[in-house]
Design a binder for this molecule. Sequence first.
Ligand code: ADP
Length: 160
Amino acid sequence: MQRTAIYPGTFDPITCGHSDLCQRAIKVFDKVILAVAIDTGKDTSFSLEERMRLAEAVLGGLDRVEVLPFEGLLMDFAAAQHAQVVLRGLRAVSDFEYEFQLAGMNRSLNANIETMFLTPAEQYAFLSSSLVKEVASLGGDVSNFVHPVVAKALQTIRRG
Ligand code: ADP
């Protein structure tokens, strides 16, 4: 049986923390689907098309990683993709409470799909898309934290 993990998120934009997680996950799963949320409940800086384009550019070199948009209930999407696992990233302690609630809710929606967590390399443990956007908007160097195509896209946001 093919082992598939769904890695859902806003990816606004994708950072090295996200791609670090994908690289780890692909060692464990046959296929990883990076699922980019259409309705995020928050105002995004990048459109869905742009978030997907950047994720594809960053992850394009990774065999067995696919980038897909999703809307509606994550667990419905995961089931439709025949995924056994929902993958989430855990950074500092602050992620834990929300992720724990989400995992519990998702299990109550579909008990056949497990949530699993991975932690990133330590240099990405404090990295978030929002922090990267804030630093970039103030003219800071984010090249250690995002792929060059994302750094370039962040410059357009800065100007725009
Ligand atoms: P969401 O809006 O669903 O939190 P994000 O795109 O911010 O979406 O993050 C998607 C997932 O990736 C979440 O599980 C988040 O905890 C995880 N994540 C974000 N940044 C990092 C990072 N630097 N290292 C590891 N996991 C991360």
